[in-house]
Ligand binder design. Structure first.
Ligand code: PGA
Length: 255
């Protein structure tokens, strides 16, 4: 049985007070909810404040990125040991990092290894761009990103990958549940070919890209989709809480 997971990616949003208020609001609505892992990923500067606001609750903390080294001259970066003092998860290789900041599969791979070595749980993102989808290259891109990101990795059970088609992120146009399930099956198959079927069965694969209360059911009702990585809708207590509650209910009903 794979534990479902819903993660909120706050991206470059909130201020100190609104981050605190969002964390407190989510604590009120979601703390007692079981059967789903709940994760919020605030900007680096607010990790400590959100950690404080969530301390002792069941809501976990994640970062939006992680450098592959600590204690080095790397201006502007935040190392895995620093993050592991506050966070439990780290988003790695988000499409905005890949496409706005030039992150490569090789960098993603170094980050995944460094995160695992310090006990952080990576949420490794993969996904094709619109031109790639239109050119029929979706599978090829997913295979390349999965293989590149996971090369030489010692994969723990329950490892997390987020499938986020770039064209669905922040556009209000999500993939269909069917398309997401097909892409996710490709990723699971590829992981099986690298690490074996038993390990691939423990792998948790999330869907991300315009997930909202109105469409979360379409994704989590699919057997192979283990949760969601949520951007815009994670900035509102009500919307994110509904998404988490529906995921918990539907996954409990399916098991
Ligand atoms: P979105 O973002 O839900 O706003 O589309 C998802 C993501 O980028 O993780």
């Amino acid at each position: 049985m794979r534990t479902p997971l819903i993660a909120g990616n706050w991206k470059c949003h909130t201020r100190l007070e609104s981050a605190r208020a969002l964390a407190r609001g989510l604590r009120e609505t979601l703390d007692g909810l079981e059967g789903v892992e709940k994760v919020v990923c605030p900007p680096f500067v607010y990790l400590a404040a959100v950690w404080e606001a969530l301390r002792g609750s069941s809501i976990r903390l994640g970062s939006q990125d992680v450098h592959w080294q600590d204690d080095v001259a790397a201006t502007g970066e935040v190392g895995p040991r620093m993050l592991a003092e506050l966070a439990e998860y780290a988003i790695i290789g988000h499409s905005e990092r890949r496409h706005q900041f030039g992150e490569t599969d090789e960098m993603v791979n170094r980050k995944v290894k460094a995160a695992l070595a310090t006990g952080l749980k990576p949420i490794m993102c993969v996904g094709e761009m619109l031109q790639e989808r239109q050119a029929g290259l979706t599978e090829e891109v997913l295979v390349r990103q999965a293989r590149g990101g996971l090369a030489g990795v010692e994969m723990p059970d329950g490892f997390i990958i987020a499938y986020e088609p770039v064209w669905a992120i922040g556009t209000g146009t999500p993939a269909t549940g069917e398309d997401a399930a097909i892409a996710i099956a490709v990723i699971r198959r590829e992981v099986a070919s690298m690490f074996g079927q038993a390990k691939a069965e423990t792998l948790r694969i999330l869907y991300g890209g315009s997930v909202m209360p109105e469409n979360i059911a379409e994704f989590v009702s699919k057997e192979g989709i283990d949760g969601a990585l949520v951007g815009g809708a994670s900035l509102k207590v009500d919307a994110f809480s509904v998404i988490v509650e529906m995921a918990a209910r539907l996954k409990a009903g399916a098991s």
